[in-house]
Ligand binder design. Structure first.
Ligand code: GDP
Length: 551
């Protein structure tokens, strides 16, 4: 290493030398490593490495014990003392103890490096951030037996082949009964849908209204009306179609879904939402064998009619129903009870116009009455569920939704890890609860639902075990579900996915890394590069970061 010496004669009284002199100020030498000071009387000597010298003209020296910084000019002269290796060694050792990070060059490099990393990560994040999504929309009206519900779905518009995930964006429960109840006044069926339709208009952006498909599918209630009075059911469909066409969406028809369609679309919905269709991606575009059977008249409401019909079959004026709570007492009309194709042919001759429906709240007896509505003995196949209908052995997970969920949720029985025996004990306690006590405990629940939960729970457990052959061992494979990933379980999503060809023939490609993972990796690599960059500047560290020493 080459050194040259600079001698400086100070004009003022010699400062209180000692400690470290800091070099800085307006025109600092670009490089000043191995700056060392020697004091002889009033003469200050600086030892600088040669390559520093061209840029050294003047400098500001800060002496810790001198009252204020002072400016001195530098002049070059040959070194007045020999530069020994020992001297340099000692000096180097001293310097290693100093923290180099506060030296200006290091700070500048660090700042530039940090800015570079921030810039790199920002660019990566911005470049790869999903662009502001544009969506497509679809609307499906589920015209059920007891009520109609409207569902709005949305999915990303820019995905090729519509492979984007379809999600439920909004739902609206139509006020009033199901559309089949408007058989005698069809126009009111259309009228009843308008409030939810206006809500849909507000939720779907106006610019998308015309391209948004609107479907209405009707299930059990309309199936029964169709059996009972085809012309009345046609009029209801015409009325709802007429009302729906007046909205700015693309109306794609109001129709009756068969029981098989309802089952299959429900299956598509839950498997789509659970990502099972994507896992077994050959399902996309392939035929898949699916067992589905819909038991008309065995929905919860019609099953209750069947049970009551069984109990009133002799035309009694009063029935003591084990499926209703002790203290329950309501006068009901025979004509209302038998006003359904599920029971109309069983109406007892010479029955009074009313009967008094009282409760005794006994789960075991209720189960016995409920069993009476099924025919378990007739089966022409290897195995049956009931009423002579073939059913393969149940495999995999079984999802119970709609009424299954409403009822089991109220009874706090959606957890199917609870042993079946405990479920029955809990149900028995619920059924035995006096009606008055139950009403006081649940003042907010619709009385019709509240009165029927004992029957409904007993019916569900009986249907699952005696009808669909679930056992204590397989009961835990059932899941009572309302929503999956924010979307309601039911046939509507599967219906829309199928009709709008939203399940493509091939499974969509997924990027190898999620966005967050990608950004993390870029950040880590950038940091590693930065550290390597800092280390690559190491040769500059000693010269640029060492403190001048007074020797
Ligand atoms: N507890 C309860 N039951 C309901 C509710 N909404 C509908 N239900 C019942 O659930 C069953 C299915 O109703 P719905 O969806 O209208 O009929 P479906 O589509 O023809 O099966 C019927 O027994 C209704 O009485 C609710 O909010 N709470």
């Amino acid at each position: 290493m080459h050194f040259s010496c600079i001698s400086i004669v100070t004009t003022s009284a010699p400062p209180a030398w000692g400690g470290n002199a800091k070099l800085g100020a307006s025109e600092p030498p670009s490089c000043c490593s191995f700056l060392m000071l020697r004091q002889e009387k009033q003469q200050l000597s600086l030892l600088l490495s040669l390559h520093c010298l061209p840029s050294v003209h003047s400098a500001l020296f800060l002496f810790p014990r001198f009252p204020s910084p002072f400016h001195i000019s530098l002049s070059l002269s040959p070194p007045p003392w020999p530069v020994s290796d020992k001297f340099i060694e000692v000096d180097n050792r001293d310097m290693k103890e100093k923290n180099p990070w506060h030296r200006p060059v290091t700070i500048i490099i660090t700042v530039i490096g940090v800015i570079a990393i921030v810039a790199l990560v920002t660019v990566a994040v911005l470049q790869n951030k999903p662009l502001s999504q544009k969506y497509k929309y679809g609307i499906v009206l589920d015209a059920g037996s007891s009520h109609t519900a409207l569902y709005i779905y949305q999915w990303p518009a820019e995905k090729d082949n519509d492979t984007g995930r379809v999600e439920q964006m909004h739902s609206c429960k139509v006020k009033g009964p199901g559309i089949s109840s408007y058989a005698s006044n069809p126009s009111m069926a259309g009228e009843s849908l308008k409030e939810c339709m206006r809500e849909a208009q507000r939720h779907v952006p106006a610019s998308h209204h015309s391209e948004t498909s609107l479907y209405l599918g009707a299930t059990a209630g309309m199936r029964l009306l169709d059996l009972e009075n085809k012309s009345a059911s046609n009029k209801v469909f015409l009325a709802v179609a007429d009302a729906l066409q007046k909205f700015p969406f693309t109306f794609r028809g109001a129709r009756l879904l068969s029981g098989q369609e309802e089952g299959a679309f429900g299956w598509v919905t839950v498997n789509y939402l659970d990502d099972r269709l994507k896992q077994e991606f050959r399902l996309y575009g392939n035929d898949y064998q699916l067992y589905t059977h819909s038991f008309l008249c065995y929905g919860k409401d019609q099953a209750l009619r069947l049970t009551l019909a069984h109990q009133t079959r002799t035309g009694l004026g009063t029935i003591a129903d084990p499926c209703f709570h002790p203290g329950y007492n309501e006068t009901k009309k025979y004509s209302d009870l038998y006003d359904s194709p599920c029971v109309s042919d069983r109406k007892p001759q010479q029955a009074p116009s009313n009967f008094t429906h009282t409760g005794i709240g006994n789960f075991q007896q209720c189960q016995e009455v409920v069993k009476k509505i099924f025919n378990f003995s007739r089966c022409e196949y290897s195995q049956c569920s009931f009423n002579g209908v073939f059913q393969p052995t149940v495999q995999g997970k079984y999802g119970g939704f709609s009424a299954y969920y409403f009822v089991m949720n109220f009874l706090n029985l959606t957890d199917t890890s609870i042993p079946l025996e405990s479920v029955k004990e809990k149900l028995a306690r619920h059924c035995a609860t006096p009606w008055r006590e139950l009403k006081n405990k649940h003042p907010d629940i619709k009385l019709k639902y509240l009165a029927e939960y004992c029957f409904s729970g007993t019916y569900i457990i009986t249907l699952l075990t005696e009808g669909y052959n679930f056992t204590s061992e397989t009961y835990s494979t059932i899941e009572f579900i309302k929503k999956i990933k924010g979307s309601d379980t039911g046939w509507t999503l599967g219906y829309m996915l199928t009709l709008t060809n939203l399940i493509p023939a091939e499974a969509p490609d997924t990027p190898p890394l999620p966005h967050a993972g990608y950004v993390s990796i870029v950040t880590v690599i950038a940091l590693v590069l930065f550290v390597l960059f800092i280390f690559s500047l190491r040769p500059l560290w000693p010269r640029c970061s060492k403190q001048p020493q007074i020797v």
